[in-house]
Design a binder for this molecule. Structure first.
Ligand SMILES: NC(=O)C1=CN([C@@H]2O[C@H](COP(=O)(O)OP(=O)(O)OC[C@H]3O[C@@H](n4cnc5c(N)ncnc54)[C@H](OP(=O)(O)O)[C@@H]3O)[C@@H](O)[C@H]2O)[C@@H](O)CC1
Ligand SMILES: [K+]
Length: 508
């Protein structure tokens, strides 16, 4: 069930595969496979548990009925709570008819308390990918009841009320600890509210793996980024190497009062393995801070001086924007960077650089016309400003927002937030699987930008660097949380050393 690579499919692709399979297979075969996979999943993880099944009016409810029959046969104590249904679809109707007598309960579960919650599993089979309206009552009440009981909650296909394409959750949507999703994994289980509602996601491919492969193309197919997708992070270094082997990264950042942003990015690049790091602070020489006392390895310059001498200094990659400011100086320096940096030097553009790109069409045109690769790292508000949308519009479909930005700027885009989206200039998208709420603190974006710059300087191509950098950033935060350093009070400065340790250890 732990498929690799983990493909993510949006509903049109899932529905297409479902239709083709329905046409090729005997009636009800697909639902039998779904229920069989769920029964095996439960037998392995919750042997001997009582099972409370909450079943809806459509085929998701049908999965629940078939599962109830299988669990009953296997000796579990099973109760079925069914939402009122008009005319059920044929598969669900068949499953309803096959239910052994005595399993369906009269009344509603939320009038009861479970006698032995730790030995009970609640299965959410209320709604799946067919829910096109707000989650109705009493489903919302049943979802709240399930959460109150303290039992494990397993969602079939998706937590009811969660949009598997976008990760938007309806009010009252089920919060599951585990989701067993059918045919293929789905993007909405991993981004936005999906991360809070779906819990651990496993896939039952219903023996349709090759069909998934055929329908996994754009625009509806993407990938989940996990450790196994980032081998470049863990490649051993050759003994026969020197600092020139790992690139010279230049960082244009840190207006007066924002020097910290520049240092966070630069230190992250250092821990990220860049060979040499130059920081061009957004101020006139002489610098207020000539050296980073904590990391004297970093070479501090003024922005203008760094741009003037970049070629002689052998700069092989750039990060720009962290605390850069948006005044005329910042505009000029970013303009120079976009026009002068050779195509061989990839760029990471973050924070104020994105504000400037969104407000100055000349800069945007210069970027789109560049032949060298660039990675843009907006959070949803920055993405909204660049697209002329509201933040809610961006969040309503994060994948499409990332695709639109990537196409517009002909760049790689990392749309940050729970389940960051990584999208290439031709629209190929993936969703990062690592990270936690501890990252919602000042400076973590600067750290990500520095880490991405370091990976580019070490020769990863832009797509590989974007996926691996975002995964590493989140995975380091996950490691810190596992050690008790967060999520509350996790600081941005702690991420880069944790990421270094993780890489040298060979991963989780
Ligand atoms: N995809 C696959 O390959 C496989 C799919 N399988 C399973 O089927 C699931 C999709 O099933 P599904 O399309 O039937 O929709 P489902 O998500 O169950 O629920 C929405 C339905 O409820 C109806 N509805 C009625 N009253 C309503 C009310 N008051 N409030 C809201 N809705 C109400 C609603 O009617 P509508 O809004 O369209 O009028 C709609 O028809 C899928 O997730 C998976 O679990 C597996 O069996 C095997 C392989
Ligand atoms: K469900």
């Amino acid at each position: 069930m732990d498929l690799h690579p983990r493909r993510l499919l949006r509903t049109p692709a899932i529905r297409l595969i479902e239709r083709e399979a329905q046409a090729a297979l005997p009636p009800h075969a697909l639902m039998r496979r779904a229920a069989g996979a769920a029964a095996a999943f439960i037998a392995e993880r919750w042997p001997g548990h009582r099972v409370e099944l909450l079943c809806g009016p459509g085929n998701n409810g049908g999965d629940g009925f078939m599962l109830a029959a299988l669990l009953h046969q296997a000796g579990h104590r099973v109760r079925v709570w069914a939402l009122p249904a008009g005319k059920r679809p044929p598969d669900a109707e068949q499953a309803w008819r096959e239910l052994p007598a005595g399993l369906v309960q009269a009344g509603e579960p939320d009038t009861l308390d479970l006698p032995d919650p730790s030995r009970t599993l609640v299965v959410d089979a209320l709604f799946g990918i067919g829910l096109s309206r707000p989650l109705p009552e009493p489903a919302q009440r049943w979802a709240a009841w399930a959460a109150r009981q303290g039992s494990s909650v397993l969602a079939l296909d998706t937590p009811s009320g969660l949009d598997t394409d976008t990760g938007s959750a309806q009010p009252g949507a089920v919060v599951a600890h585990h989701t067993l999703t059918f045919i293929a994994d789905k993007p909405g289980l991993h981004t936005r509210a999906g991360r809070d509602h779906a819990g651990t996601v496993s896939v039952a491919d219903l023996e349709l793996e090759s069909d998934v492969g055929r329908h996994a193309g754009l625009p509806h197919g993407g990938l989940l980024v996990r450790q196994a997708d980032c081998p470049a992070l863990f490649r051993p270094r050759r003994q026969d190497s020197h600092k020139g082997s790992f690139g010279t990264l230049a960082i244009l950042a840190g207006a007066p009062g924002m020097t910290g942003a520049a240092l966070l990015a630069a230190r992250a690049a250092l821990y990220g393995g860049a060979g040499k790091i130059l920081v061009g602070l957004a101020e006139a020489a002489p610098l207020a801070l000539p050296c980073d006392p904590q990391h004297p390895e970093l070479m501090l310059r003024d922005a203008e001086g760094l741009l003037d001498h970049a070629a002689q200094l052998g700069v092989s990659g750039w990060v720009a924007g962290c605390g850069l400011g948006i005044d005329t100086g910042a505009q000029r320096w970013l303009g120079r960077l976009l026009a002068e940096a050779p195509a061989s030097a990839p760029l990471v553009l973050d924070a104020d650089a994105l504000v400037l790109l969104g407000t100055l069409p000349d800069l945007a045109r210069t970027l789109a016309a560049r032949s060298g690769p660039a990675i843009l790292t907006p959070h949803p508000r920055e993405a909204a400003r660049m697209l002329g949308l509201s933040t809610d519009d961006v969040q309503a479909d994060r994948i499409e927002a990332a695709r639109e930005l990537a196409a517009r700027y002909r760049a790689w885009v990392v749309l940050k937030g729970a389940g960051s989206i990584v999208c290439g200039p031709h629209g190929a998208w993936s969703i990062n699987d690592s990270g936690n709420a501890g990252l919602a603190t000042a400076g973590t974006g600067d750290v990500l930008a520095g880490m991405l710059g370091a990976l580019l300087a070490q020769g990863l191509d832009a797509g590989e660097a974007a996926r691996a950098g975002v995964w590493l950033h989140g995975a380091a935060a996950d490691d810190l949380v596992a050690r008790g350093t967060g999520p509350i009070g996790l600081t941005a400065s702690e991420i880069a050393p944790a990421a270094r340790d993780l890489r040298n250890r060979g991963g989780h």
